[in-house]
Design a binder for this molecule. Structure first.
Ligand SMILES: [Zn+2]
Ligand SMILES: [Zn+2]
Length: 861
């Protein structure tokens, strides 16, 4: 072939991702119904959902990974004949918009909508297959009016109520701070100002009405990651135990001087050597009132606790405590024991007070060692004679498998029996009782912020709290609110908003100025997707019943608790309202791993952020998204390597060239069935194809190890090139089959089947390229709805051959091995064959001679 022609061909052969992706972007833009779910479809439904993003301004690589997983799955399900719902939206209320408004002087709405436009354009550029006709934007009144409607329904049912609660307060801002605005215990804008805790009336949703059900139904969620179920179980935190009242020594008998502790091990109460209180416990506040040193120490403990909460791991806090030098009386023994305040006791867990039993509790033991507190053994291993107190268990001895000692009338009881009797004893004597407690508390949804859903409530001097009538919804969030000012809730400074008329008496009323926690928005948004433009109801029940529950939900594990528990609560409430039929919103949950670079989480401060835009510009969208699936299995942490994206680009380039060079849609044999009789080499390619279809299909249906799926596709491509090179030595280019010649390696029908299936297999991962090649193969149908290739197990099966095995030159048996078995494999099979072993009995092995594919000869003496 002359040099000139070669140059031309190379040019045409080049995989130009930008050109191909621009072409398909345009085509897809013009077809609004492309990714739309079908109304009144008889196909089985599949609801595939990725968590909706917060519109921060630009997609980050973690988003791309999340959406690439969901997109591959949605495309796979379309190709498998499902009616797929695959929507996207924006979790667009929240604090960052207000912060941006303060620093850039841009109104939150403008900032948010601009960010949404940017991110939507990015998603379209990457080619995610979303049904944009169902887009949900939570900061728009057509959505948040239904938050308000739900709030009224919750209020009607007694599931929304007001109570006093603590908030973070900055004295300089003179306003409430969100937890995220508290940095190292100080205000984010006033780094020298310690944040105070103040009591404020706030709105709560009674999620605890569903505690037992939320816990019990976790057992149904078999297709959720076990770690997520465990996290939710711990969050709900059911524990059976006993409440016991200790009295403040020397104080008059009053509720004020009672310390109620919660313990799961009342059987160890004779071993209690101190009482430990949370720093916010009311008794601590009272004891510290006229005791400046104590108050300072307690404030220090509170600061430490807040810091540990910010880091997110209160369990790992370095334990500190302060002795109040007051005493409490153990109601069982009458013993006086010291009262401590400790930073690891949480006021909102149990009663905010515990009894400390160092001999029989890990944490108490650690604390007692540190502060040199007394220890007393009251449980000994059951096998030990209780009279023989000289045999002491190794401390702390925490098992329930023991017997009581040093416990007055309860000595010799087993632990479990003691718990029953001692709980009953406490109840009979009016100083305690058996109880079940939960860690889960009601959901405080009041935020003293601007950028959120206004809570639809009014305060009338005559009528008190009056709900806004349903017909007056939505209560519109006013625009042009100056949120840069300090001093109270921003809405409180807008008289047109605050001043209203009481719907009951017609007199003046004040509007609630708190807005809702943004977790309200995300608790039910996925129902709205099923009927996104309904202006009479949040959604149509029948339509929701068709789509729900969600078949697959995909998102970050950071949402394992709050978002998912609130969503489960909301579904149960809607079911009780008769709005939905399902008990749970989500059948299957997948949490993808994080993306890191150079061993660290991507962050601006580390300068290791990889921008999706840059990757798409350099390598193309297909390579970028496919790399996020290929680098490791999707549940694992992914350490970003640009070279890895380049590697994927090269692979896609090989797929592209292979099809460009071998597509012959006008050949008369192109659409003929693959002949039953094939040459050995053609059969090898066919086998590899069916094995690849099997592996990719299995991965989609199983553990989603797309990295192995893509590796399998790469192997198939390599085999195709190798076949082209090995059997067409005269051809200019390896990988090109001279199919019309006599020396044809592959029948055209097989070559065409391989290419079509290869393109179908690539389609969920690299949709632009797949669509381009599909067209090149002469296909007129929509690739998105083209049937997923089927594999034939018989064709996928490895070819096997029989090999004769000789011992000292005499035929002694036959072994069956895969056709391409190595010497080592044949040797191993031969030596473990029963007949051969019998023939070798009592003799010594000298050597094994293997002629691969033909013969094995074993020499013995
Ligand atoms: Zn401040
Ligand atoms: Zn009134």
């Amino acid at each position: 072939m002359p040099q000139e022609e070669k140059t031309t061909m190379v040019h045409e052969d080049r995989y130009d991702a930008q050109r191909i992706e621009a072409k398909w972007f345009e085509r897809w833009q013009q077809d609004a119904s492309l990714y739309a779910a079908e109304p009144n479809s008889t196909k089985p439904k599949y609801y595939c959902l990725e968590m909706l993003p917060y519109p921060s301004g630009a997609l980050h690589m973690g988003h791309v990974r999340n959406y690439a997983i969901g997109d591959a799955l949605a495309r796979y399900m379309w190709m498998n004949g499902y009616n797929v719902l695959h929507p996207m939206g924006w979790d667009s209320f929240g604090l960052p918009a207000e912060n941006a408004a303060i620093s850039n002087n841009t109104p939150p709405r403008e900032w948010t909508l601009r960010n949404i436009a940017n991110m939507k354009a990015q998603m379209k550029r990457i080619g995610f297959a979303y049904d944009w006709s169902r887009e949900v934007t939570t900061c728009l009144p057509e959505y948040y009016r239904w938050n308000q409607w739900f709030f009224l329904k919750l209020y009607e049912k007694g599931l929304a109520y007001r109570k006093n609660s603590r908030v973070n307060w900055c004295t300089k801002c003179a306003t409430v701070l969100a937890n995220e605005q508290v940095v190292n215990g100080c205000c984010w804008r006033h780094e020298d100002t310690l944040v105070e805790q103040r009591e404020l009336e706030q709105w709560f949703l009674r999620i605890t009405h569903y505690t037992e059900e939320l816990l019990r139904d976790l057992d149904k969620l078999e297709d959720w990651p076990e770690k997520v179920r465990t996290m939710q179980r711990n969050w709900i935190g059911r524990s059976e135990g006993t409440l016991v009242d200790f009295k403040l020594d020397g104080a008059a008998d009053s509720p004020d001087s009672t310390i109620t502790v919660f313990t799961t091990r009342v059987d160890t109460i004779y071993g209690a050597t101190s009482v430990q209180l949370a720093p916010q416990h009311p008794l601590v506040t009272r004891l510290a009132k006229n005791n400046d040193p104590l108050r300072a120490q307690v404030e220090q403990l509170i600061a430490e606790q807040r810091k540990a909460k910010e880091v997110g791991d209160i369990g790992a806090i370095e334990k500190h405590g302060v002795n109040t030098h007051h005493f409490a009386v153990n109601p069982f023994s009458g013993e006086r024991i010291p009262i401590w305040v400790a930073n690891y006791i949480l006021i909102d867990y149990g009663t905010g007070a515990i009894m400390s039993v160092p001999a029989h509790d890990e944490r108490d033991y650690e604390f007692a060692k540190k502060y040199n507190l007394k220890m007393r053994i009251v449980i000994v291993p059951r096998s030990v004679d209780p009279e023989e107190t000289s045999v002491e268990p190794k401390l702390p001895f925490t098992t329930l498998d023991g017997t009581l000692v040093n416990s007055g009338p309860f000595n010799t009881l087993d632990c479990e029996e003691a718990i029953k009797q001692m709980s009953a004893h406490a109840q009979k004597n009016n100083f305690g009782k058996a109880t079940v407690t939960y860690r889960l508390k009601d959901w405080g949804i009041s935020r003293q912020r601007y950028w959120g859903t206004p809570i639809p409530m009014l305060y009338c001097e005559k009528d008190g709290i009056v709900p806004v009538p349903e017909k007056d919804l939505p209560v519109i969030l006013p625009e042009n609110v100056d949120i840069t000012l300090t001093g109270g809730s921003p809405l409180g400074r807008v008289p047109e908003f605050v001043n209203a008329t009481c719907p009951k008496c017609g007199g003046p009323a004040r509007r609630e100025t708190d807005t809702m926690d943004t977790f309200v928005d995300s608790s039910w948004y996925f129902y709205r997707y099923t009927d996104a433009h309904n202006d009479r109801a949040p959604f149509d029940s029948k339509t929701a019943a068709y789509w729900f529950p969600i078949d697959q939900y995909i998102g970050g594990v950071e949402h394992a608790i709050l978002h998912l528990i609130y969503s489960r609560f909301w579904t149960k409430f809607m079911r009780d309202m008769g709005l939905v039929k399902n008990d749970e919103p989500i059948v299957r949950l997948f949490t993808q791993g994080m993306i890191i670079k150079g061993g660290a989480k991507m962050s601006k401060s580390l300068g290791n952020v990889v921008s999706p835009d840059e990757m798409v510009a350099r390598y193309g969208a297909d390579s970028t998204r496919m790399y996020t699936l290929f680098a490791t299995s999707p549940d694992r942490e992914l350490d970003w390597q640009d070279e890895g994206v380049e590697g994927i680009r090269r692979t896609l380039s090989r797929v592209y060239r292979f099809v460009v060079r071998n597509a012959q849609p006008n050949h008369p044999d192109w659409r003929k069935p693959v002949p039953a009789e094939l040459s050995r080499e053609a059969r090898k390619i066919q086998r590899k194809l069916h094995q690849t279809i099997k592996r990719v299909s299995d991965d989609f249906q199983g553990r989603w190890h797309f990295n192995t799926s893509i590796a399998a596709i790469m192997e198939l491509v390599n085999d195709l090139y190798a076949a082209g090179a090995a059997f067409q030595p005269s051809a200019f280019d390896p990988g090109v089959f001279q199919t019309e010649s006599e020396a044809s390696l592959l029948p055209v029908a097989l070559l065409s089947a391989v290419q079509r299936d290869l393109v179908l297999l690539v389609a969920p991962f690299a949709p632009h390229l797949a669509h381009e090649l599909w067209e090149m193969l002469g296909e007129k149908t929509n690739l998105l709805r083209a049937p997923w290739p089927k594999y034939d197990p018989a064709l996928a099966k490895e070819e096997e051959i029989e090999i004769p095995v000789q011992v000292n030159g005499k035929l002694r048996g036959l072994i069956v091995v895969p056709a391409d078995s190595s010497e080592a494999v044949i040797r191993e099979h031969a030596l473990s064959n029963e007949k051969i072993k019998a023939a070798m009995a009592g003799k010594q092995l000298v050597k094994v001679i293997v002629v691969p594919g033909k013969l094995a000869n074993i020499v013995v003496r």
